[in-house]
Design a protein around this ligand. Sequence first.
Ligand SMILES: *Cc1c(COP(=O)(O)O)cnc(C)c1O
Length: 373
Amino acid sequence: MPTASDTQLESHFETLPSNQPMADEIRDNILQNPGFGKHFTDHMAHVRWTVDADWHGHQVRPYGPLTLDPAASVLHYGQEIFEGIKAYRHADGSIWTFRPEKNAERFRRSARRLALPELSDDDFISSLKALLAQDHAWVPTPSSDADECSLYLRPFMIASEAFLGVRPAHEVDYYVIASPAAAYFKGGIEPVSIWLSSHYKRAAPGGTGFAKCGGNYAASLAAQKEAAANDCSQVAFLDAAENKWVEELGGMNLFFVYKDGRIVTPRLTDTILEGVTRNSVLTLAKDAGLTPEERPISIDEWREGAASGEITEVFACGTAAVITPVGELVTENERIRLQGDGNNEIAKRIRKTLLDLQYGRSEDKYGWLTRLV
Ligand SMILES: *Cc1c(COP(=O)(O)O)cnc(C)c1O
């Protein structure tokens, strides 16, 4: 199935095929009910970087544990970044991914902030193609238009130099692993309850909030624990400086739909991660006749808009969960719930538009799809 140009792109990745790939029958069983992030494919992509030799040793090799020196600086100082992107199987069997150049660019941005070396966009996208050339059988086939299965791809970069001094590492490894995925939230598009943490912050000005790094997630887990204790599935964070402006969830961006057709998302700052889904929703919302606005939105505007009925929908978005309506915001002393029918028509409409595009069921008029296999 690969075209000549695809094969050329893969060529700088040497492939060492696994001699113990998962048996077809066991893999097919997993693909029937993959969950999220629990099962991994037979191979992984790897590229090494050293301060002297730059990026080298491009490989696809059997998936397996890493050999890491206990002094590897990632284990001590958290010099790590990652990405999340999906591979979708279309009805004709071909496999595609969505706007990978955006992830490649963000990966370079994250690398700069974490003082890691930048991986070229070509290496980033080629690594996905090279891995999928081996592991394409792991991309689940949707059983219907409502089946949101995919292969979740997780590129990441770690500081692997064995050195306890505090400075950017001189040895770094980049990997891509892949995990078959069903819909992220079991409830499908049932609205979720979100916890508003009153004292934990995810990001601060000048910090790493705009970078996709493990440290941001580590910093969000105590708040996530609070959320779970309050029967909420996610956490919303306010800005660190004024404790007033709505930023985002631990791993998803937020949108607010207004009665008059405006759709508002917090404007990008260095404390907000620029989601590829967020960026795509801004375009698709405009196509749907809505008026997108990127501007600060306060917790007071959320509370008042919900009470007055001015805000009709709130939703979160990201690659893993696509678009998920937010039913209510829960804090230590209040519950902010939207008026109205709770049908989340706009969220559902944009969600469907996005999924139809990703699964090749509608015309790719923006050229957002890249063929992997
Ligand atoms: C990954 C991520 C998102 C969503 O980004 P997508 O590119 O849409 O998947 C939003 N916020 C944070 C903090 C993230 O890490």
